[in-house]
Ligand binder design. Sequence first.
Ligand SMILES: Nc1ncnc2c1ncn2[C@@H]1O[C@H](COP(=O)(O)OP(=O)(O)OP(=O)(O)O)[C@@H](O)[C@H]1O
Ligand SMILES: [Mg+2]
Length: 213
Amino acid sequence: MRTILVANAKGGCGKTTIATNLAAHYANEGAQVVLADFDPQRGSIDWLASRPSNARPIEGIDATDEGLRHLPRSADVLVMDAPARLHGAELSEFLRRAETVLVPVLPSPVDINAARRFLDELRSAAPVKNRQTKVGLIANRVMEHTRIAGVLEHWLGARREHLVATLRETQNYVRASAEGRGIVELPPYIAWQDWAQWDPITAWLSSRRSLPS
Ligand SMILES: Nc1ncnc2c1ncn2[C@@H]1O[C@H](COP(=O)(O)OP(=O)(O)OP(=O)(O)O)[C@@H](O)[C@H]1O
Ligand SMILES: [Mg+2]
């Protein structure tokens, strides 16, 4: 089973948006997908509840209390939506369950500072140090040609973090989220730019570089 965690201690950076869009992507590829929501706010579970009945099925697990006890063994892909303020032993426990962790970061000074602490913690966690969990960054809600977007990219480059993709700021995510859809399920004439921005994410996730080594 392919296991992907979406995490960042900072709230509101796009964890649920990326987790739900990933789940929709794999479901549309015909995979049996489980979306496990570890956040008491249950954003992913709410998204699943508003998913149209004719959309490709995704199984939801409300993992806040039960964890992954009911994870079906037949699942092809497990996407885990982590809660904000994830630190320490709890973070390590999540990392142990994931082959890959995707970290969304917003281009703002506050978010970059928070990301510094979170990435330092990630790098010192045993599963990441032992290369059992690979880390990829996603710059999210990026407005093109803004100075701060360049600052974020430069900062990640200087840290030698792997920036997998940059996602633009667009109401398409807000709209898709309200409809229980992924960006992949919006009409191409609306979402083609976003589809193109997701290509490097799905390509990296299917490459060996995102898997334990
Ligand atoms: N690329 C984007 N463009 C526009 N809006 C976005 C984008 N990504 C996320 N959002 C919006 O930003 C808000 C926060 O996103 P989201 O809920 O995914 O963050 P989160 O990290 O899961 O938050 P929390 O820490 O509260 O769980 C949501 O309203 C979402 O629709
Ligand atoms: Mg969330």
